[in-house]
Design a protein around this ligand. Structure first.
Ligand SMILES: [Zn+2]
Ligand SMILES: [Zn+2]
Length: 175
């Protein structure tokens, strides 16, 4: 477990914060740098372990402002533990042209680490502008929409797909 955060992540965190309307406070820079340097999503405890000198309340507040600013996202786990990763997840709910930038997550069932899977939306969930669904080329979104219609009937629309793949991470699979 490393004690310090590499300086280039601090610089990156600071420059990302400067592109938003939230102030680049010391705490926010350190928390964001910790998330940026993490290979997998961090729980509060993981962040606290990295930033041992930071008090709990400051850490929670910094995380909230980073999430609000879209620099980090929160992943709800089925173990009732929230984990955080740098980068935005989603989706503006309720807007007319809601951008569907969603990504999937991989959860290791042994060590409980959660990894973000990038670009899954473009590859699998992209909606084809045309409706000619060829079974072999249909995206995951189209296939699921078909299942939805045939199971629940007409009129149901899917707005988002929450995708979590469970299995063993590389470290756990190797042992
Ligand atoms: Zn694992
Ligand atoms: Zn994620």
């Amino acid at each position: 477990m490393k004690k310090t955060t590499a300086p280039d992540f601090l610089a990156l965190a600071e420059s990302q914060l400067r592109t938003t309307s939230v102030r680049a406070t010391d705490a926010r820079i350190k928390v964001l740098a910790a998330l940026l340097s993490a290979r997998y999503a961090f729980s509060h405890q993981d962040i606290q372990d990295t930033l041992v000198d930071m008090d709990r309340v400051t850490l929670y507040r910094a995380l909230d402002s980073l999430t609000d600013a879209g620099l980090a996202h929160k992943i709800a786990g089925d173990d009732r533990v929230f984990r955080y990763n740098a980068g935005t997840e989603e989706i503006a709910h309720g807007t007319h042209h809601a951008q569907q930038h969603q990504h999937g997550h991989f959860k290791c069932t042994r060590c409980a680490k959660v990894f973000c899977i990038d670009n899954i939306d473009e590859k699998l969930l992209a909606t084809d502008a045309k409706h000619n669904i060829n079974p072999s080329t249909a995206t995951l979104r189209q296939q699921l929409q078909k299942v939805l219609q045939s199971t629940l009937g007409k009129g149901f629309q899917s707005h988002e797909i929450e995708l979590t793949i469970k299995g063993l991470c590389a470290d756990c699979a190797a042992h």
